[in-house]
Ligand binder design. Sequence first.
Ligand SMILES: Cc1ncc(COP(=O)(O)O)c(C=O)c1O
Length: 351
Amino acid sequence: MLDFSHGGNVYLFAEKLGCKPEDLIDLSSNISPFIDKFILKETQNYFKFFQFLPSSHGYLLKKEVARQYDISSDQVVLGVGTSELIKNICFLYKNRKCLIFPPTYIDYEKYATIYSLDINFYYLKEEDEFELHWEKIDFSKYELVFICNPNNPTGKVIRKDELIKVVSLYPDTLFVVDESYLPFLINEDEMTLLGTEYNNLLVLRSFSKIYGMAGIRVGFAYSKNAGLIKNIERYNLEWGISSISEQIGMKLLSIDTKKIAKQIDEIKRKFFERLMQLDGIKVYPSDTNFLLIKLLEKDSDYVINELLKEKILVRNCKNIRGLDDTFIRISVKEEEKMDYFIKVFERVLNG
Ligand SMILES: Cc1ncc(COP(=O)(O)O)c(C=O)c1O
């Protein structure tokens, strides 16, 4: 049985350590720590919505998403997190040929396996710094291609013009471009494929990451292809997203995410510089809010266990296809947490 476990399992580790989840320093999930305090407070006013069903397939929230990104409501489908959409897409393409670029987000393979897709892997190579060179790929062989942009866990982004080139060259292949971490880029607007009009392009977005609200479980997909959107929605529960999540989602769309992106980017730059000064690791430059690290002298289980003793959680990458037990991934959180992490990490590396 393949291991498709994720980071961010604070409940499990809190139980193991006999502490509260909030006592942990969770650098294992790529969720912004900068939650909008005003909106968090306002959520209390939304409890009254529990007495109503949410709108059918969240059409109130869909309308707001469409307005925000200047697209049409029938080009948007919501999901219980982006996760539900990945699952539905795989269901829609069951038994068909798909392409995945490891190391990447493991749910593409997870749901492709569950729905018996014919999975093909094109590995990003360590010696190429995990950059994607796809000039030699004949995409016409695949009906479905997952592209994580920026890629989790490598943090690398692919330019919009490069993406558009392949999408336009292979009209019979559906390209799913997962932009869950794109809002962490300062130049997000120049990079996004939201609003780009190709029938064979589907863009995924998550409310979990940039808004720091993974618990509300909201994500959405955009495609010019309203037929495809409708098809994906057919497999959603009509009221899968709760009425309170729908209300919070509408409010979150008003947040200026550029401010959050800038704040995290500044912390990341300083953190990266400090990591570069440590012996025994290689750090991969990242375009987004997490960093992939190769351990040159220790293995990931050892490092993770030592960090856990100080209540720090990082992502063990040993179950990510294309990586092994020499890789960990660190998410960028508040500056003081990163300072504390560096101190402990240096001790662990020298231990
Ligand atoms: C690349 C990527 N896509 C999608 C998801 C799923 O996010 P959610 O279901 O919370 O929207 C994750 C979560 O880690 C992710 O890393």
